[in-house]
Design a protein around this ligand. Structure first.
Ligand code: APR
Length: 316
């Protein structure tokens, strides 16, 4: 069987990390695309030269020509600009809407059967622009945010409880912004919900509230430390988990920015919700029960996403 082909549009910090992870995990051959001449070629060659050491078989090609993404099974998009200290994700909307339109046309023309994962911010609006630009079935166009936000939440919870991250599950719903909704009720240690762990004396409500806020500010915390760009290791790892679930039909249940058609009372936009991700793309949207306060926070987040989508619409 031929190897899968994975096209990475945007070969910056996240794009380069994605290419390396695809190689290490032997998910397929990689096409690394960027508008900067030489950079995708240089990163591709560098990663290919690491393959004899790490013992993986994959082809790497750097390019600035959309023809090279032809026949890609998965396209992961990080093209655009990343934020600098003091900027919110929403500040990127002007430039990145234009970039998504351009990239979407390239994907539509050369990789019409691809499963598309968008990482570019502001995420929920950019994945909407990508779906519009490609005209693809919304089940085949998703945004990566929830896996990252819940990974941050899981990391902080594991640190607090002093247990393995492997035994911590967590859910973050809503938009990928300040209004995201980390759910305490649906977060567990080996199946024990966090509210029960508070009752068991493992932590306090106050500490959990701090962790929820740190999760919401997770991206900004990294931006403030790095000063020259935004997070890239955890975002890349998160998108790879989604690509793997699609390529291997794993049917993993993951929070992703998915197109909603009435689910959660939302229609016609992308918002972070749990889904089943398999060979059909988004195979099922999981409608979990939200209590009053979760619902109010989710609705607030949806309103923020709608505002961004309207702003992007105005720029198209
Ligand atoms: N087509 C292709 N690539 C482009 C285009 C375009 N029209 N415009 C910009 N790029 C490339 C840049 O040349 C750069 O190499 O996108 C790359 C982005 O890389 P970085 O600046 O290193 O940003 P990164 O950290 O990878 O983040 C990318 O993901 O998480 C989001 O907020 C983040 O929107 C940002 C994106």
């Amino acid at each position: 069987m031929a190897r899968n082909k994975i096209a990475l549009v945007g070969a910056g910090n996240i794009g380069g990390t994605l290419a390396h992870l695809v190689g290490l995990k032997e998910l397929g051959d990689v096409v690394l695309f960027d508008i900067v001449d030489g950079m995708p070629q240089g990163k591709s060659l560098d990663i290919a030269e690491s393959s004899p050491v790490d013992m993986f078989d994959a082809d790497f090609k750097g390019t600035s020509d959309y023809k090279d993404i032809a026949g890609a099974d998965v396209v992961i998009v990080t093209a655009g600009i990343a934020r600098k200290p003091g900027m919110s994700r929403d500040d990127l909307i002007g430039i990145n809407t234009k970039v998504m339109t351009q990239v979407g046309q390239g994907i539509k023309e050369h990789a019409p059967n691809a499963f598309v994962i968008v990482i570019t911010n502001p995420l929920d609006a950019m994945v909407w622009v990508m779906q519009q630009a490609t005209g693809f079935d919304p089940k085949k166009v998703v945004g990566m945010a929830g896996v990252l936000d819940s990974a941050r939440f899981r990391h902080f919870l594991a640190e607090e409880f002093k247990v393995s991250v492997k035994d911590v599950t967590a859910f973050v719903l809503g938009g990928h912004g300040d209004t995201m909704v980390p759910s305490i009720r649906y977060s567990t240690v080996a199946g024990i919900p966090v509210p029960d762990l508070i009752k068991m004396g493992w932590t306090t409500q106050e500490k959990i509230d701090q962790i929820v806020q740190r999760t919401r500010d997770g991206g900004a915390e990294i931006v403030a430390l790095l000063k020259t760009g935004s997070a890239f290791y955890a975002p890349a790892a998160s998108a790879i988990a989604m690509a793997e679930s699609y390529l291997k039909d794993q049917k993993r249940v993951m929070p992703v920015a998915a197109y909603l058609s009435g689910e959660y009372g939302v229609d016609g936009i992308y918002v972070g919700v749990p889904v089943v991700l398999g060979a059909g793309g988004v195979e099922r949207i999981v409608e979990i029960n939200l209590d009053e306060s979760e619902k109010a926070n989710f609705d607030k987040s949806v309103t923020a996403v709608r505002g961004l989508v309207d702003a992007a619409k105005g720029m198209l």
